[in-house]
Design a protein around this ligand. Sequence first.
Ligand SMILES: Cc1ncc(COP(=O)(O)O)c(C=O)c1O
Length: 424
Amino acid sequence: MTDLGCLDTQVLWHPFTQMAEWDPLVIAAGDGNYLIDFAGRRYLDGVSSLWCNVHGHRHPRLDRALRDQLDRIAHSTFLGLTHEPAIRLGAALLEVSPPGLRRVFYSDSGATAVEIALKQSFQYWQLRGVPDKQRFLRLDEAYHGDTLGAVGVGGIALFHRIFGPLLVRSIAIQSPAGSDGSASLAALERELAAHAGQIAAFVVEPLIQGAAGMLVHPHGFLARAAELCRRHAVHLIVDEVATGFGRTGTLFACEQESVAPDFLCLAKGISGGYLALAATLTTEEIYAAFLGASHELKQFFHGHTYTANPLACAVGVESLALLRESTLANARARMPSFAAALDRIAAIPGVAAIRRCGLMAGIELAPRPPRHLGNEVCARVRAHGVILRPLGDVIVWMPPLTIQSEDIALLEGATAAAIRETLA
Ligand SMILES: Cc1ncc(COP(=O)(O)O)c(C=O)c1O
């Protein structure tokens, strides 16, 4: 182990990691779609540094945007002040987001983007004189982040069960994944018909539930769920933290079903994967409910120190421009070969299922308890020059949207080799 790796094991505690088994790989640099360790070994960043990298690492235009902003100021508060990068990014986001969204509230992670939507929805109904609307609907195996509010609308037992006593409880609707969605829609309609007066919002990951293991929804589910929410005067909160910024083949997944949510939660790819930034977008109608004289205390009492960090916003403006100019087109062009590579992986004995939406995919391995095959495959794949991270027995493929044909060939070859070695 390198000296730095050794020091890491002595002083740090990593997220979602059993530290007793921790074996650090210290990253020294990035180059396009690749990560480089201290020994100079290159690895394809097969999960986009946890689903956030969009245009590869050290993109010259993003680096320049960051440096230019650094020459002005790194940070000033967004409480009582404003600045150009946040204003420009807000306007640019509204220009490309689903119709009806008119206001941008910044924060710094996917979890906070969702918490803000939950709190704004709740406060909206209080301000509008509908105080009983206090509960939230969500899907089975939903994932919206790790802070307590977001965990309250989460449904992944492995991550969330232990925190049950601490949570604001939500109502689960069965996930439509792997079905035609009619049973889920019927359950949603039943819940809305019976309890809409107590329900503030339905929160959903559109098209695909990422952390649950890349569970793909049937086409039409989102649009029909949106229609039911509207009919019953319940807000629709769409969490595009994972799906946003081109990942599913359109800028936002919502577009594929022409859905205009009441809240859109964005993070991860919003800064191209460079810096911590998130945004909760909402409608003018919801925003207007919070207006009044200060002493009426209608304002939204929520904020974070680094809200709308200027460096992150400046990179976000450039990242969105790049996406629209070229990166989204590249992602779309790569989808057929990405899908074909997955089809070949599906033929490997021991692979139970493949699920994909755009450049987001899960390779499910048939379980072999007590072994954790996902961890084993991801440990072995490094020797083949790829970094992956599993979700249980599901191997995730989520490369940067700048991925090229040769990168897909490497991803496929390395994954196939690691699966075969693990199952041998
Ligand atoms: C759909 C979804 N929502 C929220 C989050 C949480 O984002 P963050 O880790 O930035 O808090 C994630 C993270 O994977 C996610 O996939």
